[in-house]
Design a protein around this ligand. Sequence first.
Ligand code: EPU
Length: 420
Amino acid sequence: MDKFIIQGGKKLKGRVKVSGAKNSSLALMPATLLNNDINTIYNTPEVNDIYTMIKLLQTLGVEIEFNDHKLNLNTKNIVSQIAPYEHVKKMRASVYVLGPLLTKYGYAKVSLPGGCAWGPRPINLHLEAMKKLGAEVELEEGYIIAKSKKLNGAKINFDVSSVGATGNAMMAAVLAKGYTLILNGSMEPEIIQLSEFLVKMGAKISGVGTTTIEIEGVEELSGSEIENIPDRIEVGTLAVAAAITNSNIELEGVRIDHVEAILHKLESCGAKYNYDNKILYLTNTNNISSVDITTSVYPGFPTDMQAQWATLMCLADGTSTIIDNIYYDRFSYVPELNRLGANIEIVNNSAVVKGVKSLKGAKVMSTDLRASASLVLAGLAAEGATEVLRIYHLDRGYQRIEEKLRLLGADIERVQTTEY
Ligand code: EPU
């Protein structure tokens, strides 16, 4: 087990390159199950969720090579349509294999993901979409069993906008017979990227980037390649690192259109930025003003940046309110930040953050991926040493963040520990 030891208070400066987006890779990889061919995904991040998806796809028969962020996936010899519990329990995104396996092979058996660190995360919308497309779906002994001869295009009107369910429905519909209309679909960049990949394989999709997505099913798809988008949440996390340490840094390889909501809030609290040739230049002022956020679907403020924002607000001038409209309970980081001297209270599914003059280093424990990022950010700004335990959560989604932060001048070290 590893932990971070951070000596806080160092100013950051310099430039780092942003990694590829974890959440788009996790959709692109299972999409390759839709063909029997060779596919390549460039700019794939080296993070543990990607290794989990690799293992899952390998159990299905996908031959995979992963070198220097280039991922080759050969789907010519698929041997199984079963996604076992041992992989799915580690990562909910495993459910992305459901749509592709069902539509391509007429059968998919996928373990139910179960609970999540911050509360229930249902998959009812994924299952309803498969049923709308004509599949028989049953739950048996902890598994989803979905069957169908050939899926048929259908109208799928999501009650709630869901990234995963939109992705699964799109992947199932591209090989279904006839026309599918998805209403209230996700507009997230990861879904746009998935659609781009499917279209390159030969799928017929339009309307992506809006909530109305139209798909005309095709008989078969061929192998393709795609350059993955940069990780917008890593950009946001590093931008907050700059703001909270009152530093000027440069982030290379940024898609500014993907981070507008975050940058807008950063500007409101006093930070400044410039953007040129895919480089984001972040300049900060001495005072952080308090700024409320309410998370929402893209292009709104992302839930995956909520915990990091709360950390920034710990040192702001005044009181701010953080409301998560996507995951109401995503506040497990609050008691840990309070151990560092923050003043945060949970009030009716929102976090009310009263700014304090300083945070003081202590031992804290990660509870999930974005919560661990929030603790690292707090450690960068805190006086003295902060130890962040259980950083295996962080390693699921950030590619060696400590190396990036060290390049920027932070004093952060990864050390092995028996502490849990
Ligand atoms: N929802 C349902 N039923 C469903 C699916 C979703 O009610 O069948 C609800 C959820 O409970 C939530 C909302 O719909 O309230 C949105 O969830 P969504 O399905 O969009 O989330 P997801 O696809 O499971 C992805 C990211 C998450 C990110 C969310 C929201 C991946 C692999 N994961 O999850 O990323 O928080 O979208 O943007 O793309 C992370 O990276 O830390 C992370 C958790």
